[in-house]
Design a protein around this ligand. Structure first.
Ligand SMILES: CC(C)(COP(=O)(O)OP(=O)(O)OC[C@H]1O[C@@H](n2cnc3c(N)ncnc32)[C@H](O)[C@@H]1OP(=O)(O)O)[C@@H](O)C(=O)NCCC(=O)NCCS
Length: 139
């Protein structure tokens, strides 16, 4: 999917102890309603209509946070998620959206993990749960 006009965020997760890539974060600073709509398209689009008054542009969208299999459970994802939130805030976002994808086979409760990082559930998606982080909610 092309998101021309929205700023792409794509960074590697560093780990001094290892030479190989340990993880990656990909998302966008979404500044166009069409891109937001495209992101929801085909996946519980009805939820989007309920949310259209709640969501404010520009909005950060986290597409993917992934840690290599042999590096999981070492708390590498937490600083990476926090860095993503910081970048979105610096770019003027008041909110960050994600789809907690339970089909990726996470061995723990992904939704609860995001909740511990200040995200709240906003509705079901075909892959899991849509979740929203709002900077002004005191996190
Ligand atoms: C989700 C993911 C990025 C987390 O990366 P990570 O560096 O292993 O995460 P952490 O080490 O910070 O652990 C995350 C939480 O899960 C728990 N956890 C980690 N590994 C676990 C395991 N094997 N069993 C049970 N709980 C586990 C930790 O206790 C931690 O909770 P806490 O931070 O509140 O204490 C990683 O598992 C992954 O790449 N999964 C596949 C891709 C994916 O599902 N991405 C999310 C898509 S929305």
């Amino acid at each position: 999917m092309m998101y021309e006009g929205s700023k792409r965020i794509d960074f590697r997760i560093p780990n001094k102890a290892r030479s190989h890539l340990v993880g990656r974060v990909v998302g966008i600073i979404c500044s166009q309603r069409q891109h937001l709509q495209d992101w929801f398209e085909g996946d519980s689009i009805d939820n989007y209509h309920h949310l259209s008054d709640t969501l404010a542009l520009p909005i950060g969208i986290l597409f993917k946070i992934e840690i290599a299999n042999d590096c999981r459970g070492e708390k590498l994802a937490t600083p990476a998620l926090e860095h993503f939130l910081k970048l979105c805030k610096e770019d003027g976002c008041s909110q960050v959206l994600l789809n907690a994808d339970v089909t990726l086979g996470c061995p723990f409760d992904l939704v609860a993990w995001y909740e511990r990082h200040g995200f709240r559930k906003i509705g079901p998606s075909n892959l899991g749960t849509f979740m929203l982080y709002a900077y002004d909610e005191g996190q």
